[in-house]
Design a protein around this ligand. Structure first.
Ligand code: CP
Length: 439
């Protein structure tokens, strides 16, 4: 069974779907319950770990997972020792490492690096964290940690706290939680919230709606008493008849994250949310599991480590199991298959769109045109197919009728995504034979 027919491998949590995630969680539990069945499952295989950013947990747990399944491991643990420092492109590196291995785990500072590497590689690529946008295997171990506690995640409320804008673990986890019908409470540091287009993509894909809830602790953490929560649309309808912003009475898990200083992040007024021992006495957190992808800073003091709600060290340990389950699905699918992921399109390169607006996009580093893809149902969004940045598009054309519309006109929502073409300027569209339609 192939994973991701267009971009071979696992690059984004957006590629998950409920069937894949549920089967994955069950497989990981089987691995935990009976590791002997899987011993030597990857004998004779070679896994390459190429880490162009520092890592303790991700690289070592991927390597441990490979060794426990009988595979060999080759590694670039320090980017200063690879030929990237001599100016070798990501695409060339991917081609070369493909010749030495059966699967590559890649960590890279640039947004979208994993998808580009996958297009050049001849073996599957797994994203071990790229830039600000994705860390999908962290999500798999995060979800497994919650699944071990609760079984079904549906209806649970999970708060994501800290640097949501720059933190790839929280971004990826938001997809996983929404696809398993959990509520996603956002507790960002001031000025470090997600952009609206990211929220919209999750809401569209999962059938979710946005609403607000309040709690006095939120003010302590974020400076605001209200917080945004993404939840199944039907759950939101039940609240429409209430007055004002409802009080959140119970949080099932809190996922803390550190400030991503290496990406230039700085919270407004220097305020950064974190837990203090006194917060744990609040009824909101009575049953609340505490998770953190680690490494931690001041947001998670060591005094909390012995609290019975703390799960972050167990969470890190689960990384080996989760990564074993993924290797089996990708390299031994004939024996241990998982349902297919939802393909992310490779996108359409278009010189008219210029460069990607995201200065950290891999297309900028590699000097290649930005390919676009379509997201959104009610309101169409054109995104960079590598880094998911919202492209500055004001018009959309229909390839079959050659009519051009303002991007936010209702007509655009009715055009099949395959027939859409983005334009920044009307003149560019008219040069291509499109005729203007106000509607
Ligand atoms: N959680 C995580 O990605 O940790 P590392 O940076 O140590 O891999």
């Amino acid at each position: 069974m192939r994973l991701l027919p267009v971009l071979e491998g696992l690059h984004s949590a957006e590629a998950f779907n409920p069937g894949f995630l549920r089967a994955f969680l069950e497989r990981t539990r089987a691995l935990e319950a009976g590791p002997a069945e899987f011993q030597d499952a990857l004998a004779g295989r070679v896994i390459a770990t190429v880490f162009e950013e520092p890592s303790t947990r991700t690289r070592l747990s991927f390597e441990s997972a490979a060794l426990r399944l009988g595979a060999g491991v080759i590694s670039v643990a320090d980017p200063k020792t690879s030929s990237a420092v001599k100016g070798e492109s990501l695409r060339d590196t991917a081609r070369i490492v493909s010749g030495y291995s059966d699967l590559i785990v890649w960590r890279h500072p640039r947004d979208g690096a994993s998808r580009l590497a996958a297009q050049a590689a001849q073996v599957p690529v797994i994203n071990g964290g790229d830039g600000r946008i994705g860390h999908p295997t962290q999500t798999l171990l995060d979800l497994y940690t919650l699944y071990r506690e609760w079984g079904d995640l549906a209806g649970r409320t999970v708060g994501l706290m800290g640097d949501l804008r720059n933190g790839r673990t929280a971004r990826s986890l938001a997809w996983g939680l929404a696809l398993l019908e959990a509520r996603v409470l956002q507790l960002p540091a001031p000025g470090l919230a997600w952009e609206a287009s990211f929220e919209q993509r999750i809401a569209d894909r999962a059938g979710y709606a946005l609403r607000h809830v309040r709690h006095p602790l939120f003010r302590t953490w974020t400076g605001e008493e209200t917080a945004r929560v993404l939840e199944p649309r039907l759950a939101t309808q039940g609240w429409l008849f209430g007055d004002g912003v409802p009080l959140l009475e119970r949080l099932d898990a809190l996922y803390l994250t550190r400030l991503q200083e290496e990406r230039g992040a700085a919270p407004r007024d220097g305020v950064y949310p974190g837990l203090r021992p006194a917060h744990l006495a609040d009824p909101l957190l009575e049953q609340c599991l505490l998770l953190h992808p680690l490494p931690r800073r001041q947001e998670l003091p060591e005094e909390l480590d012995e609290d019975p709600r703390a799960r972050y060290f167990e969470q890190a340990r689960n990384g080996v199991l989760a990564r074993q389950a993924l290797y089996l699905a990708m390299l031994r699918a004939e024996r241990w298959p998982l349902p297919e992921l939802t393909p992310l399109p490779a996108g359409h390169p278009d010189a008219e769109l210029g460069v990607c607006p995201n200065p950290n996009c891999i297309t900028r580093a590699e000097g290649i045109p930005v390919p676009w893809r379509v997201a959104g149902k009610v309101q169409r969004l054109f995104l960079c197919a590598y880094c998911d940045a919202l492209l500055p598009v004001d018009y959309a054309g229909c390839r079959s009728t050659l009519r051009l519309h303002p991007l936010h006109s209702p007509s655009v929502a009715r055009i099949h995504p395959e027939n859409l073409r983005p334009f920044r300027a009307r003149e560019a569209a008219q040069r291509q034979g499109y005729t203007w339609s106000e509607a």
